[in-house]
Design a protein around this ligand. Structure first.
Ligand code: H2U
Ligand code: ZN
Length: 352
């Protein structure tokens, strides 16, 4: 791999990033502050996601025992109004374009437990989370006014998560958002040219090269993509061209749950902290087409760089030029690969 500054291409978004490996020859050396894991109660009476508690809008959560889905009380998108249908916005000039947008915002609690994150939950409960996302996606995709369903998780205060209670969000809307729109074009063109899905061809090559793979099970592989922007960014790719969450078989759901735990456990162990990230699925647009080009995948974008407190900032050159990284994706993958798959809180407990 090159040691000199170079650009790498992301074929999914068709954007470039700058890699400067010479600036981080030994990125794992230097101080690694550890933060004591927050001692959270199993149920927090002040948490608006815990069972039985009151939320901001005055509604009460039921005494739920597994996953729990509710409409976001501060939804960024509003459903279409059946009484007053959405009116088009007059287009006065191509320089002042706007379009109405309708949709739904939901919050998905992973379990009644306030204190257990994904790598700490029983595997069956993580499977249940995936099942819940799949069902919610299917219900939203059944609506003709929904173009896309975005399932995502913000974890940790560093990523703006409002609450440590493990949860995710689903936003479904009437237009295709920017990121999946870029991926759609790239995957369609690749499929038209090569006759096979871009991500499956990419995955095949990564399996052969092996240097960026973190973990692999029957139906999914986790790797640090060749074009990763965030220091410990990972991509979890399905082994077949599965279009979306509802199309997963029960075996695939289990494999995906295992991979979700694998990745998050390695993340936590890396700096012995509850590793913050934004995670999200990219699934097929809801346009009535078949999309043989699309492969369901999961992006993890974690901000940490060197320790539980030293993070990467996407500022300055990144905002004005393009993304840049020092530690190479290959080094990041090696560091994640060497992490134990026993969660550090359990390992520490058995040592104590
Ligand atoms: P984040 O932690 O990713 O911000 O997700 C929590 C969501 O929960 C957030 O979008 C919603 C916020 O609007 N919320 C409610 O719907 N009800 C509440 O009582 C507080 C927070
Ligand atoms: Zn809670």
């Amino acid at each position: 791999m090159y040691d000199s500054p170079h650009r790498r291409y992301n074929p999914l978004t068709r954007e470039w990033l700058l890699v400067s490996p010479h600036r981080a020859k030994r990125p794992w050396q230097g101080q690694v502050e550890k933060t004591a894991p927050a001692a959270l109660p199993a149920h927090d009476p002040t948490c608006y996601l815990c069972p039985g508690n009151e939320r901001a809008g005055g509604l009460h959560n039921p005494a739920y025992e597994s996953t729990f889905v509710f409409e976001n009380d501060f939804a960024a998108l509003l459903p279409p109004d059946p009484v007053a249908p959405t009116q088009p916005i007059p287009q006065e000039s191509p320089l002042f374009r706007a379009q109405p947008e309708t949709g739904f915002c939901q919050v998905v609690c992973f379990s009644p437990r306030h204190d257990l994150t994904v790598p700490q939950l029983p595997l069956s409960q993580v499977e249940e989370v995936i099942h819940t996302w799949s069902e919610a996606t299917a219900a939203l995709q059944a609506r003709p006014d929904i173009a896309y369903v975005q399932v995502f998780e913000n974890k940790g205060a560093a990523m703006g998560a409002s609450n440590p209670h493990p949860h995710s969000q689903i936003w479904a809307q009437s237009a295709l958002p920017n990121e999946p729109a870029k991926e759609l074009l790239a995957q369609k063109e690749y499929f038209a040219t090569h006759g096979s899905p871009l991500l499956l061809d990419y995955l095949h090559q990564e399996h052969t090269r092996a240097e960026r793979i973190l973990a692999r099970n029957e139906h999914f592989t986790a790797l640090v993509p060749y074009w990763a922007v965030w220091p410990f960014e990972t991509l979890v790719i399905a082994h077949r061209a599965v279009p979306n969450l509802p199309a997963l078989s029960p075996e695939e759901r289990r494999s995906l749950a295992e991979m979700y735990q694998q990745v998050t456990c390695r993340y936590d162990n890396l700096f012995e902290t509850s590793f913050p990230y934004s995670m999200g699925f990219h699934q097929t647009p809801n346009d009535g087409e078949l999309h043989p080009e699309w492969v369901l995948h999961m992006h993890f974008y974690p901000p940490l760089l060197r320790s539980a407190t030293v993070r990467k900032f996407m500022v300055g050159y990144e905002m004005l030029g393009m993304p840049q990284r020092d530690i190479t994706p290959e080094t990041a993958a090696a560091r994640l690969r060497e992490q134990p798959t026993l969660h550090y809180t359990l390992a520490n407990r058995s040592q104590a």
